[in-house]
Write a protein that binds this ligand. Structure first.
Ligand code: A2P
Length: 309
């Protein structure tokens, strides 16, 4: 299943494989994720990732580690404009003025004046008006040059439709749960039709094996089809999954705090999966989420307050 759009979409063999977003901003397709990275581990992990060659870091106000992401970037010695920084507004900060202020909080913690990609962490289906107000604030931040691009996360096609009907700027990115056991074809199709880059969270299926996220789950890392393909290319299952995403035009943000795995996850530009192999991985889809259903999120999680810097 390939959802590549027409146009200057990119050569997945180039390290960092820049994707051109719908407002012409270029974003390295392969980013580094820090979901569930403890603050004390995050600065080291980010510095390690940047040294290994990553040039895109994805964090979120709700992860509580933006400050450490900024610290890791500074420790790397790279210039600010060499690193693409993506972060997310948490739902407790939705609303026009609140979201404008959420930008200030995130930027201050990250230690930057401009954020490359700012996205809404999830829709609030029961309070969609507040979601829209938050998105209008992102549009304002974009117009003011405080962010270079804007987008959404965990939006299903009907959320995208409602957003498009009532706001102006097409999101550049929609970050959703996406791995071989949950490929979300309808979301991918809707994104492509609108010119939105699909960005996979849990791209190697971490959500299928995180401790404490439910019983009887099967780890994609242990899948025999992926294992067979990995063996054929002398690569690991994680590398095969990342390659599958990149060849199908998606952005990925694998998370690791382990230096070896951080390096392994960017070492994916020296092999190519055949169409048959891509199809075999597509066929693994079980249509079952590992994470929460965006239309049925536990409202108690909305209470998380994002502290002032
Ligand atoms: P760790 O941080 O100890 O490396 P995802 O980004 O799909 O949610 O996956 C993240 C999970 O996968 C984390 O538990 C991470 O643990 C683990 N992980 C990251 N890279 C690899 C890899 N190359 N092989 C196996 N596990 C990995």
């Amino acid at each position: 299943m390939t959802f590549l759009t027409e146009g200057p979409m990119n050569n997945p063999m180039t390290p960092n494989n820049p994707l051109t977003l719908n407002n012409c901003v270029r974003m390295p397709a392969l980013g580094f994720g820090v979901f569930q990275s403890a603050p004390e581990e995050t600065a080291v992990a980010v510095e390690t990732a940047l040294t290994a060659g990553y040039r895109h870091i994805d964090t979120a106000a709700g992860y509580g580690n933006e400050r450490e992401v900024g610290e890791g970037i500074r420790r790397s010695g790279l210039d600010r404009d060499e690193v693409f920084i993506e972060t997310k507004v948490w739902v407790s900060d939705y609303g026009y003025d609140q979201t404008l202020h959420a930008f200030e909080k995130s930027a201050t913690k990250l230690g930057v004046t401009q954020i490359d990609l700012l996205i809404l962490h999830q829709p609030m289906p029961q309070h969609f008006e507040r979601t829209l107000s938050a998105y209008r604030a992102l549009e304002q931040l974009l117009a003011d040059g405080k962010v270079r691009s804007i987008g959404v996360s965990n939006f299903m096609p009907h959320h995208l439709t409602a957003l498009r009907e009532q706001t102006h700027v097409v999101p550049a990115v929609n970050q959703v749960e996406l791995h071989p056991y949950f490929t979300q074809p309808a979301v991918q199709r809707a994104n492509t039709e609108l010119g939105i880059v699909t960005q996979a969270w849990s791209p190697i299926g971490g959500i299928t094996f995180y401790p404490g996220w439910g019983e009887n789950r099967a780890s994609v890392l242990d899948d025999t089809t992926i294992g067979r393909i990995a063996e054929a290319h002398a690569k690991t299952p994680a590398q095969v999954m990342l390659r599958w995403h990149l060849q199908q035009g998606r952005s990925v943000i694998p998370k690791s705090t382990n230096a070896q795995r951080i390096a392994q996850n960017i070492d994916v530009f020296d092999f190519t999966l055949s169409d048959a192999e891509l199809d075999a991985i597509d066929a693994l889809d079980r249509g079952v989420r590992g994470g929460p259903d965006p239309d049925d999120v536990d409202p108690s999680t909305w209470d998380l307050e994002i502290p002032e810097p």
